[in-house]
Design a protein around this ligand. Structure first.
Ligand code: HDE
Length: 485
């Protein structure tokens, strides 16, 4: 076949004219038989896939992960099996609430979604830049996100809804305190940590398990952005973080993170002072110190934003042998939500797209579906069990058995101390940090329409730390309600 630079239709035929539609005479009308025009307009109409319902605005990069510490006594995960082992990876950073075109420098958690292309399949670690979350049961997520998105009548952000929900969901206080503090607006995507947030389970070759939490510590250090600069940049350069990441990588200034883990023996989960699967809590670093695992380096920008960043699909359910989930109720809900979102947003065969497909060979009996663009298993055997040497299961990678107990019912976590950890976080802050935190909260709560909501929220701040609650009340020109004192 000869190679040339011919413009072609999507079916490969040379295009004769890409500047002038075919018309009856120079004044038209336009002829419907200009099939190239029809195809071009029709394809254009379909250029957008639905944006992610949360985490719509994002930036991605390629890189690698290198093991620096031998943790094989805890996990048989192949990509962690040897010091020095390198695994290619892709990361997508994102804001949560804004739309695809929204500003980068807003106060919001940042998504920190990592895809490791391991030799035993893809492993996705779909975390945030905060170690905790606003709620701890998946059933509350759609309501929570409604309050973060636009009001259905005004199509504006609605602070009354935000604080109404938070004040009625006191488990959010820890994450609210974190978000309203300095870390709520990172200086750049390179200057923030990432967290797996949930508890996961690691299992070693002997089938012994431990609970694990992930921390990606930014080697660049953590730096945050002043609120006034953030507001200015949101107007002047809404893509500031996206641009910063792209330029850093383009200029060879490769950002990196050190991955560390906290390890908890399985039995400790039964006796720890709170439920360690509750994603609104952090584990004390004194009880479970950070242990180094390896280094993640971002060294290559995507070639094509849509193909690589927009079409990337991450799920906390994309796991490899040696890494399993925990009973965390949020994590359990996410195991359904993500691939469901991908099937809706990208399509039934989203796993086979170049950015998503594993680097090892996929061999299974799944066939067909919309946009099946690989060879669909060719003529190979398409059912199991079979007598034709089709791919067979690997018994040693059967999930380690685990005990389950209890009565099935819709029930809350039984630990309801929503105040100690947010209070500790407040007390950890310097006076300047506390002042900025209080100023941010007061500014955010001022527009709340009902005083009742403000008073309810003030009580939560007060219960975390009397000074915290009192300062917010004063800032809002209100008094701490008597019943909480
Ligand atoms: Fe997500 N989340 N989430 N989330 N999330 C999505 O997945 C969801 C949660 C996170 O760059 C969606 O493909 C539910 C916690 C990141 O592509 C959706 C619950 C954490 C990203 C979804 C949570 C996250 C998402 C939107 C409560 C941090 C972006 C479209 C049970 C630990 C990934 C999509 C990317 C994206 C659902 C809570 C992080 C709808 C139901 C907790 C980083 O499926």
């Amino acid at each position: 076949m000869t190679t040339n630079n011919n413009l072609t239709t999507s079916w490969g035929a040379p295009v004769g004219d890409n500047q002038n539609s075919m018309t009856a005479g120079s004044r038209g009308p336009t002829l419907i038989q200009d099939v190239h025009l029809l195809e071009k307009l029709a394809h254009f109409n379909r250029e957008r896939v639905p944006e992610r319902v949360v985490h719509a605005k994002g930036a991605g990069a390629h890189g690698y992960f290198e093991v620096t510490n031998d943790l094989t006594k805890y996990t048989k995960a192949d990509f962690l099996s040897e010091v020095g082992k390198r695994t290619p990876m892709f990361i997508r950073f994102s804001t949560v609430a804004g739309e695809l075109g929204s500003a980068d420098t807003v106060r919001d958690p940042r998504g920190f979604a990592v895809k490791f292309y391991t030799e035993e399949g893809n492993y996705d670690l779909v975390g945030n830049n905060t170690p905790i979350f606003f709620i701890r049961d998946a059933i509350k997520f759609p309501d929570f996100i409604h309050t973060q998105k636009r009001d259905p009548k005004t199509h504006l952000k609605n602070p009354t809804a935000v604080w109404d929900f938070w004040s009625l969901s006191p488990e959010s206080l820890h994450q609210v305190t974190y978000l309203m503090g300095d870390r709520g607006i990172p200086a750049t995507l390179r200057h923030m940590n990432g967290y797996g947030s949930h508890t996961f389970k690691w299992t070693n070759k002997d089938g012994d398990g431990v609970w694990v939490k992930y921390h990606f510590i930014a080697d660049q250090g953590v730096k945050n952005m002043d609120v006034n600069l953030a507001a200015k940049l949101a107007g002047e350069n809404p893509d500031y973080h996206t641009e910063d990441l792209f330029n850093a990588i383009e200029n060879g200034d490769f950002p990196s993170w050190t991955l560390k883990v906290q390890i908890m023996p399985l039995e400790d989960a039964n006796t720890y002072r709170f439920d360690p699967f509750d994603v609104t809590k952090i584990w004390s670093h004194k009880d479970y110190p950070l242990i180094e695992v390896g280094k993640m380096v971002l060294n290559k920008n995507p070639e094509n934003y849509f193909a690589e960043v927009e079409q990337a699909t991450f799920s906390p359910g994309t796991l490899v042998p040696g890494i399993d989930v925990s009973p965390d109720k949020m994590l359990q809900g996410r195991l359904f939500a993500y691939h469901d979102a991908h099937r809706y947003r990208v399509g039934a065969n989203h796993q086979a797209l170049p950015i998503n497909r594993p680097r090892n060979e996929v061999k299974n009996y799944q066939r067909d579906g919309q946009m099946r663009f690989d060879n669909n298993g060719g003529g190979s055997v398409y059912y199991e069990p079979n007598s034709f040497g089709g791919p067979a299961e690997v018994p040693e990678h059967k999930q380690a058995a685990f005990p389950v107990t209890g009565i099935a019912e819709s029930v809350a976590y039984d630990h309801n101390d929503h105040y100690t950890q947010p209070g500790d976080l407040y007390r950890l802050m310097s006076e300047e940090e506390r002042t900025r935190l209080v100023d941010n909260i007061v500014a955010a709560m001022k527009p709340v329409e009902l005083e009742e909501i403000k008073l309810r929220q003030i009580q939560h701040f007060y219960k975390a730390d009397p000074e915290y609650g009192t300062r917010i009340a004063e800032g809002l020109g209100l008094k701490v309600p008597q019943e909480v004192k």
